[in-house]
Design a protein around this ligand. Structure first.
Ligand SMILES: *[C@@H]1O[C@H](CO)[C@@H](O)[C@H](O)[C@H]1NC(C)=O
Ligand SMILES: *[C@@H]1O[C@H](CO)[C@@H](O)[C@H](O)[C@H]1NC(C)=O
Ligand SMILES: *[C@@H]1O[C@H](CO)[C@@H](O)[C@H](O)[C@H]1NC(C)=O
Ligand SMILES: *[C@@H]1O[C@H](CO)[C@@H](O)[C@H](O)[C@H]1NC(C)=O
Ligand SMILES: *[C@@H]1O[C@H](CO)[C@@H](O)[C@H](O)[C@H]1NC(C)=O
Ligand SMILES: *[C@@H]1O[C@H](CO)[C@@H](O)[C@H](O)[C@H]1NC(C)=O
Ligand SMILES: *[C@@H]1O[C@H](CO)[C@@H](O)[C@H](O)[C@H]1NC(C)=O
Ligand SMILES: *[C@@H]1O[C@H](CO)[C@@H](O)[C@H](O)[C@H]1NC(C)=O
Ligand SMILES: *[C@@H]1O[C@H](CO)[C@@H](O)[C@H](O)[C@H]1NC(C)=O
Ligand SMILES: *[C@@H]1O[C@H](CO)[C@@H](O)[C@H](O)[C@H]1NC(C)=O
Ligand SMILES: *[C@@H]1O[C@H](CO)[C@@H](O)[C@H](O)[C@H]1NC(C)=O
Ligand SMILES: *[C@@H]1O[C@H](CO)[C@@H](O)[C@H](O)[C@H]1NC(C)=O
Length: 545
């Protein structure tokens, strides 16, 4: 009996050794994510079911299954490790093997999909195949190999290496501006994932070409980053989190090597947090604007990956303090990445200063952040950013001069160059965001003030703002800006000060919701035949009781 007990203890001990040591809060993040993922895991398929809006009828999903396998290996109870191995075998089996196609080395988006490149299923970048899946899955496989290889049979370890190698080769096919691809160094999150994967694979597999490609990508990244110590893909509540993820892998597994990204990752992470922590308003649980690519207008109502980092580094209450279950939030499927963030969080936290952590958890006082970001080829010149952060009101904006409307990703629904947020009486967040329709903007911010000018505009120009609906129990109808809850808004400038106001609702109104967010569309026009440069001036007064 004694023998059997010590054998059991040895097993328990072995399992404990394989888990990465993380904080209780990080375990809380991992467990809450795993509760959802356990419920949608299909052991017969060894894949997670596809959890996305609009909910798909039946299929499974590839990338989230790999993130789930990280959670399984970290938890490592019962048959967790076996399930993880089954998932990895499945995902790698279906990885594209034809070296001549643009999506070589890429993974499926879902396992039931027809073969990409057949007549029935043409290759449509970012749709039928997603070039970023190589980076997302490749880097997750690196994490799995580094942290959990002792839980994996050698043939699976070798399969992982082969898979990372192929995905890295395939990723080298990507050239911004060619074949519909947009992988320029300014596409920070995707560029960093490729940089890290090829640096790691080059060293691991002694392939100097890959190492050199990784170092060269790192140099291109640094020449942009070191201009202003900001990511070109600036302050995205989702994608800054992905860039931090890639950099953490570089710092942890390449930090003591000669790899360029490895040697620089720690200080880049610190420089990113240096500005992100000044933009984070812990009373409003939001990063103040402007945001390059965001999936909503209030981080309390969608899952942004930066919220997950803040949870893992501090606590859930620091990131979100309302009680709505996470699976009811917009972009809830991004919560499937939580195991990966949790596993990396303890190491990541060793890189983050006490000052940054304290700015994340308690309000550091009213302040103004000024900076720049540069994302060629969209940016003709660097952007000038100013953000005023006060306890209950933040105003952040940027001047830009770009070749396209909607920023680097040419998407006005995610590029938010002027953002006003305020805390309302019920602790919900109000917002008033410029919806970009022009290629150039001159913007000024001061406490309680925001001025926006279209240097290339004319009498036909309009300023459209996405305005939050009032809190429950307050006025449901907004006819004028006087109806807005919690904020007094005065308008000046060369625009007609009386806006056209319409509603963009889930079930009706004049226009569509954006990323699941309903809003009032507040559009200012120029007086007829005006020869003035279009300009709108706001003065805000906080009217919270
Ligand atoms: C998370 O789950 C693990 C494994 O099931 C358990 O040991 C741990 O106590 C849980 N921790 C938290 C904070 O929920
Ligand atoms: C690989 O793809 C090319 C281009 O689509 C095609 O001509 C070739 O037949 C494919 N090879 C295999 C083995 O499927
Ligand atoms: C990697 O790509 C080669 C073709 O270059 C293919 O033969 C091999 O099966 C691929 N390996 C995996 C794991 O997909
Ligand atoms: C490395 O690059 C050189 C020059 O492009 C090429 O000749 C060689 O085959 C590559 N080696 C590997 C292992 O890919
Ligand atoms: C380290 O990397 C640099 C370039 O990034 C290279 O010049 C140097 O030779 C490398 N040193 C070693 C020991 O590999
Ligand atoms: C939520 O945050 C606000 C502002 O920081 C705070 O006043 C409130 O007590 C918090 N509510 C909960 C439920 O923690
Ligand atoms: C912010 O709001 C809180 C509570 O809602 C209030 O107590 C405080 O005075 C406000 N602060 C400022 C600077 O208006
Ligand atoms: C940013 O500020 C600099 C210095 O004032 C100015 O020269 C530049 O034109 C500004 N950039 C934009 C995009 O407005
Ligand atoms: C934007 O940049 C281009 C190229 O440098 C320049 O010609 C143009 O005058 C700039 N536009 C504005 C509005 O500053
Ligand atoms: C906006 O412009 C007005 C009028 O020129 C000026 O009084 C105000 O200070 C400006 N506000 C900001 C934020 O620059
Ligand atoms: C906002 O409303 C205007 C009309 O006032 C319309 O032209 C525009 O397309 C709407 N914008 C959005 C983002 O709904
Ligand atoms: C605007 O210009 C048009 C064409 O010149 C003219 O017919 C119209 O009366 C003008 N409107 C105003 C308000 O001046």
């Amino acid at each position: 009996m004694l023998g059997r007990t010590s054998w059991l203890l040895a097993l328990v001990g072995a399992a404990a050794v394989h888990s990465v040591e993380i904080s209780n809060d990080a375990w809380g993040l991992l467990n809450e994510s795993m509760t959802i993922q356990d419920a949608i895991y299909d052991p017969a398929a060894s894949y997670l079911r596809y959890f996305y809006f609009p909910l798909a009828a039946g299929p499974h999903e590839t990338r989230s299954s790999v993130w789930y396998s990280v959670g399984l290996l970290q938890r490592n109870q019962g048959n967790d490790a076996d399930e993880a191995i089954n998932i990895l075998k499945n995902v790698i089996r279906d990885q594209e093997k034809n070296t001549t196609v643009q999506w070589y080395g890429d993974y499926t988006k879902y396992p039931e999909q027809p073969t990409v490149g057949t007549q029935a299923y043409p290759p449509v970048i970012y749709n039928s195949w997603d070039p970023n899946w190589r980076g997302f899955i490749g880097t997750a496989l690196i994490l799995i190999y580094e942290e959990f290889h002792a839980l994996l049979p050698t043939d699976i370890q070798d399969l992982i290496l082969e898979s990372v190698y192929n995905s890295t080769v395939g990723d080298s096919y990507r050239v911004g501006g060619v074949d519909g691809d947009n992988l320029y160094p300014a596409y920070s999150n995707a560029w960093l994932m490729r940089t890290v994967a090829s640096s790691w694979a080059g060293l691991k597999l002694a392939d100097t070409n890959m190492t050199e490609a990784g170092d060269s990508d790192a140099a291109s990244f640094l020449s942009l980053f070191d201009r202003d110590h900001t990511l070109s893909e600036y302050n995205g509540p989702t994608y800054a989190g992905v860039s931090l993820y890639a950099l953490t892998i570089a710092a942890k597994y390449l930090g003591s090597t000669n790899s360029t990204i490895g040697r620089n990752a720690e200080r880049i992470i610190q420089q990113i947090w240096a500005y992100e922590s000044q933009l984070w308003n812990p009373l409003m649980r939001n990063l103040a604007g402007p945001w390059d690519r965001s999936y909503g207008y209030d981080m309390n109502n969608y899952v942004g990956i930066m919220s997950l980092w803040i949870w893992a580094l501090s606590s859930k209450e620091t990131a979100w303090n309302h009680t709505s279950p996470i699976w009811t939030m917009a972009h809830a499927d991004d919560f499937e990445i939580a195991p990966v963030i949790a596993v990396l969080s303890a190491f990541h936290k060793t890189l983050v200063s006490g000052e940054v952590l304290s700015r994340l958890t308690s309000f550091s006082g009213e302040h103004t952040y000024s900076g720049h970001a540069y994302a060629p080829p969209a940016d003709y010149e660097p952007r000038n950013i100013t953000t005023w952060v006060s306890a209950n009101l933040t105003i952040g904006t940027q001047s830009f001069n770009q070749s396209v409307v909607g920023g680097f990703s040419e998407d006005s629904s995610s590029f938010s160059p002027a953002v006003v947020q305020w805390l309302r009486s019920d602790e919900s967040i109000g917002y008033l965001n410029l919806y970009p329709v022009e290629t150039a903007l001159k913007a000024e911010v001061a406490p309680y003030g925001l001025n926006l000018t279209y240097p290339l505009g004319d009498a036909s120009s309009t300023f459209t703002f996405v305005l939050a609906a009032n809190p429950l129990g307050r006025k449901r109808d907004i006819g004028t800006l006087d109806d807005v809850d919690g904020l007094d808004i005065k308008v000046g400038g060369t625009v007609d000060p009386v806006p056209e106001i319409s509603f963009c609702g889930l079930l009706g109104g004049a226009c569509d919701v954006i990323h699941g967010f309903e809003f009032w569309n507040v559009t200012f026009s120029m007086p007829e035949n005006s020869s003035d440069v279009p300009r709108i001036e706001f003065e805000f007064e906080f009217t919270q009781p």
